[in-house]
Design a protein around this ligand. Sequence first.
Ligand code: NAP
Ligand code: ZN
Length: 351
Amino acid sequence: MTMNVSGYATKSAKDNLAPFRFDRRDPRDNDVVIEILYCGVCHSDLHQARNDWGGSIYPMVPGHEIIGRVISVGPKVKRFKKGDNVGVGCMVDSCQHCDSCKEGLEQYCEEFPTFTYNAVDRHDKMPMYGGYSDKIVVSDKFVVKIPKNLDLKGAAPLLCAGITTWSPLRHWKVGKNSKVAVIGLGGLGHMALKLAKALGADVTLFTRSRSKEKDARRLGANCVVLSTDEKQMKAVKSKFDLIIDTVPSAHDINPYLPTLSLSGTLVLVGYLGDLDPLLNTVSLIMGRKSVAGSVIGGIAETQEMLDFCGKHGITPDVEVIKIQDINKAYERLLKSDVKYRFVIDMASLKG
Ligand code: NAP
Ligand code: ZN
């Protein structure tokens, strides 16, 4: 017997999201059944709903910043029990035996991880539906614990925006003497500021939006650079050990390379695709600099980030919306008009 679930889906790249009922699989022995309380709205939801990356599967229920409460667990589940507050992020499964999975880097699974939606289950080949819904069934290995002191609606964006910025900060060993810059103050960008600051770094925001300066400083930036102002760009020449670029669309990264220090790295986490204009390598070669990429983070690392946020009292700045307002929220996201993450209150599904 499958479980009937209520959610919001889009039927094509051109449609709005609308109410949708669908079935989730029968819980397996190692599954956790979760009542979804909140779900963050990531720019990746919008990219996939509108097929920006190609290959989207419809109907699509987006949502991969899931916070919920455990309703029941399979007989083999030991880490969770009914009533626990839990989170689910962008992945719900992986092969579990390749070198990446063995290292806890399931996001780089050599057989490709199973994403939370816009994917098919690797065992029964059923379509996967995401968090804009009232229940989800997830293998216990891909469920994380939410620290008690974190506000639940505020914690939702940690499951993607939080881990996607945490993972490069940790990989490039950001700490007290680091100089970090973040490009773009949206969902990911605002988490990058908060987390880099909490790790002790000196933090700069590159933005196109002069109006975001005050917020950026409140969120942890020591310095704000208007990326369209050449003079301001020159003033931070050779400054940064790490730049985290969260811009969602094709953009020119060449102007940022001179702002990297010797051996510095610009890590792309936003845009997927060909760079336009092309990358000029002079600045890279003359300063042993790198341009890198990074996708979300592993499950153990996600738990580490959540625990760090619990310890330091870090939660995203969220604007809570009803599911009925999701299409308006997407339009605002396209205009960079969000402070700084929409989170859907899933109780509104009943409204
Ligand atoms: P978001 O909330 O829309 O924020 C993006 C920010 O980038 C905007 O607020 C804006 O900041 C800046 N921006 C937007 N368009 C720009 C343009 N054309 N040129 C320069 N700057 C621009 O998006 P998000 O949810 O943070 O997601 C950002 C990107 O990361 C998306 O592409 C998403 O798919 C991707 N993502 C990747 C991963 C991963 O694992 N690698 C995980 C999650 C999301 P300013 O107003 O400050 O300029
Ligand atoms: Zn996301």
